[in-house]
Design a protein around this ligand. Structure first.
Ligand code: NAD
Length: 555
């Protein structure tokens, strides 16, 4: 990695020397260029004479990082390092992942998107706008790298829990791709963040002179669809090996586009499928504590959007793998949305909710639904804070020896209940997971460590498996295998402490195992286009990018 001698790294362009080399973030080593390299690449005089090791550079970066007064400043500092010296950026991020993840991704990236127009310095990624209709292929040719393997695209309509941020949503594909590299070793030179700027309906942004996107309302209908179609055709022609991940589209487009493209392109939607994988893994781990099979569980969801329906669809596939029929499996999944129980007499239901509109009398409140349906697990994906009230959680504790309570809404302030509430209202019997991290809870002399259902456990490993095998499609079976693999990596010690996910410190190991499981599916279902290697796990581990400077450079 970072092989200075490889002309492929910079596409067909001539290999840079001098200032051009220092300004190339993929090749730049800053003061770590050796005396020999300085001679060879005409760098003498352009750098201070001292040669530093990457260890020392990393130490200096970390010191300066800690001096920054707030998280947004830390984000700006790290992103400008990424612009200068990618290997050093990843070295610092990967060596300090627990500290860096909340800066390069949620929650800080949300703040960065809100401030995007103000903190904008150098562009990253590609902006394709409604005005580029008919010219997308030409714009994709402007990207300087030919070997793109992972594209993350957003249209900025539903950025995290923050709503429509238009072109300011670019922070999301940029951040997500950093996680692909940090968590699963996808080579950063092969990643491409894309914002499809179709306008915004956010009046505040439209009125803001520093808004970076098209100052117009969102395209809808056929014009919108035609633009996305043109993008999919052009990006696949230009980068035939690329995986295309959809991120933070509103649910009116997300489900539709997923169903339209999933059989035709190498694509998936992380908000729907990645979330499903991580939640299902949590359920499998929880079953190691409660006993029983998945198909015997009754799940009640609060919120029937991308996350909720995505989870239920994957749970249904998993129950079917245990032998249940699709109909029986769906009957185990129930939803309450903003208008009450999702049931068959309702006439206001969006298409994605219909498979879960079972025959039942209307119910208005979530508590009523808990008392009537007697679920073994409740899963909060409504974005609405504190909806798992004390009576709800106490009812779950009355109905179940070990109630499963997942409060997945982000950020922390929107969580359906806190970890402390879940444990104290169930007298320590809850099996709890949240979307945003909570501190450990002390109760009756015992420490409970709440699990975080972070999508980063799933999507980077799935991406690595798909890219490494050249799988033509991304299937639900791959997410199922990813969930099962993640759950298997939870140790008995983790479970004893209440943790239903492995430590994020093990993320690269986790991703390598998930990639291996995904590859097994790709080969078994004849989706792979790369010949099967001898040992899949070793193959995945060897492919993973390491943020080190290569020694002994020669051209
Ligand atoms: P979405 O907009 O697609 O869906 C939200 C759903 O909640 C809709 O069905 C809406 O009708 C429902 N809802 C709104 N108010 C409600 C109320 N008062 N009572 C009941 N239902 C209500 O959003 P999404 O992508 O599904 O995300 C939902 C939440 O899940 C967000 O907070 C998001 O941060 C979180 N999430 C967490 C993870 C994770 O933990 N790994 C992953 C994805 C999403």
């Amino acid at each position: 990695m970072n092989q200075i001698e490889s002309p492929k790294q910079t596409g067909a362009r001539p290999f840079p020397t001098g200032v051009d080399l220092l300004h190339d973030p993929i090749l730049n080593k800053g003061m770590a260029f050796t005396a020999e390299e300085r001679e060879q690449f005409q760098l003498r005089g352009l750098l201070p004479p001292r040669v530093l090791t990457q260890d020392l550079q990393a130490e200096r970066v970390l010191r300066n990082f800690h001096k920054k007064p707030n998280d947004l400043e830390k984000y700006i500092f790290l992103l400008s390092l990424e612009d200068r010296n990618e290997a050093l950026f990843y070295r610092v991020v990967m060596d300090n992942l627990m500290e860096m993840m909340p800066i390069i991704y949620t929650p800080t990236v949300g703040q960065a998107c809100l401030e995007f127009g103000n903190i904008f310095r150098r562009p990253r990624g590609l902006y394709i706008s409604a005005e580029d209709r008919g010219r997308i292929a030409e714009i994709l040719r402007h990207w300087p790298h030919d070997d793109v393997r992972v594209v993350v695209i957003t249209d900025g309509e539903r950025i995290l829990g923050l709503g429509d941020l238009g072109a300011h949503g670019m922070g999301i594909p940029v951040g997500k791709l950093s996680l692909y590299t940090a968590c699963a070793g996808i080579d950063p030179a092969t990643t491409l963040p894309v914002t499809l700027d179709v306008g915004t309906n956010n009046q505040k942004l439209l009125d803001d002179p520093f808004y970076i996107g098209l100052p117009q309302n969102r395209l809808r209908g056929e014009t919108y669809d035609a633009l996305v179609d043109e993008f999919m055709t052009a990006v696949t022609a230009r980068f035939p090996h690329a995986l295309i991940q959809f991120e933070d589209f509103s649910n009116q487009n997300a489900f539709r586009l997923l169903h339209k493209y999933r059989d035709q392109y190498r694509t998936f939607n992380d908000d729907i499928q990645g979330t499903a994988g991580v939640a299902l893994a949590g359920l499998y781990s929880a079953l190691r504590l409660t006993g029983g099979r998945l198909s015997d569980q009754r799940l009640l969801f609060l919120g029937a959007g991308e996350a909720g329906i995505g989870i239920a669809d994957l749970v249904v596939s998993a129950m079917m793998q245990e032998g249940a029929t699709a109909e029986a499996a769906r009957q185990q999944c129930w939803f309450v949305d903003s208008r009450g129980l999702v049931e068959s007499s309702r006439t206001d239901l969006a298409e994605h909710k219909l498979p879960y509109a079972h025959d039942h009398a209307p119910l208005t409140t979530f508590l009523e639904a808990v008392e009537t349906l007697r679920p073994t697990a409740i899963i909060g994906v409504s974005g609405m804070p504190r909806m798992f009230t004390q009576p709800v959680v106490e009812a779950m504790a009355r109905l179940n020896e070990k109630p499963i309570i997942f409060a997945l809404s982000n950020p922390t302030a929107n969580s359906e209940c806190t970890a402390e509430q879940a444990y104290s209202w169930t007298n320590g019997r809850a099996i709890f997971a949240s979307g945003s991290p909570f501190d450990p809870v002390e109760l009756h002399g015992r420490t409970y460590i709440p699990g975080q259902g972070n999508n980063s456990y799933i999507f980077p490993g799935v991406g690595l498996g798909v890219v490494a095998t050249g799988a033509r499609q991304v299937t639900d079976d791959m997410f199922l295998a990813a969930a099962q693999t993640l759950a298997h990596l939870v140790t008995e010690d983790d479970l004893a402490a209440g943790l239903i996910y492995p430590s994020l410190k093990r993320i690269r190991e986790v991703s390598a195992h998930i990639a291996t499981a995904v590859a097994e599916i790709a080969y078994a279902h004849e989706l792979a286009t790369v010949p099967r290697p001898g040992n899949l796990l070793t193959f995945m581990q060897n492919r993973m990018y390491q943020p080190v400077y290569r020694e002994g450079v020669s051209r």
